[in-house]
Design a protein around this ligand. Structure first.
Ligand code: DX5
Ligand code: ZN
Length: 217
């Protein structure tokens, strides 16, 4: 039985009161907060920076899952490590030196994540899969919450799960974008371990029940 995890995305909460959103996530029992960091280059939007993450870190015991949607993550990864990120995910589509960024994350004893956009095939990242703790499969175009889940994601999750098994690898599979109670079971069924929830989480009336129900296939 694989462990199912849910990572609520703070980006989908109220940006005038991020601490309230963080506390809502903590009270839901999810245990993880997904932090969407955007640079206006890799994605057509901006969000928050390392100072914000550090301030939130000082007020939270949650696992900080930082999703760095940055064209040049090499310039920033150390700042997000110092800010207290537990896991740092960079994009395969970035222009940085992926292996040396992984080295920096590893040296700081944090978890390594690699994300792929909807148009990027699993085949393009196979050479990195023995080094990563998590692969993040984007199920929407990154940059905005509230989009519709792309069904083509499922075959990529299945591919990653099969590759993991055949090669006896240990990475987790995280799916990010457009996830709700209607498609969570398909993601878990395909082999996902972690589901990011933004809009569906903040819209849920009872967040504890929502988190609990999302883990039931
Ligand atoms: C998209 C982000 C997602 C997003 C999830 O760029 O990476 O984490 O905030 O939000 P929903 O669940 O609304 O798609
Ligand atoms: Zn994200």
């Amino acid at each position: 039985m694989h462990q199912k995890m849910i990572a609520p995305s703070l980006f989908a909460g109220n940006h005038s009161n991020l601490l309230a959103g963080l506390n809502t996530i903590a009270e839901s029992g999810a245990g993880i907060v997904h932090l969407d960091i955007m640079d206006g280059h890799l994605v057509p939007n901006l969000s928050f920076g390392p100072e914000t993450v550090a301030e939130l870190r000082a007020r939270s015991d949650l696992f900080f899952d930082s999703h760095l949607m940055l064209m040049n993550p090499g310039n920033f990864v150390k700042k997000f490590i110092d800010a207290g990120s537990d896991r740092l995910t960079i994009h395969a589509e970035c222009s940085g030196n992926i292996r040396s960024i992984f080295d920096d994350i590893k040296a700081a004893n944090r978890r390594i994540g690699l994300a792929i956009n909807p148009e990027t095939a699993v085949d393009e990242i196979v050479n990195y899969l023995d080094q990563v703790d998590v692969v993040v499969v984007m199920s929407v175009w990154p940059g905005f919450c509230g989009q519709k889940f792309k069904p083509s994601t499922i075959s990529k999750v299945e591919h990653l799960a099969a590759f993991r098994k055949i090669n006896d690898l240990k990475y987790l599979i995280e799916v990010d974008g457009g996830i709700n109670g209607a498609n969570s079971h398909v993601c878990y069924g395909a082999g996902a371990d972690i589901l990011v929830v933004g809009t569906s989480f903040f819209e849920a009336e009872n967040k504890r029940c929502f988190i609990k129900n999302m883990k039931v296939i």
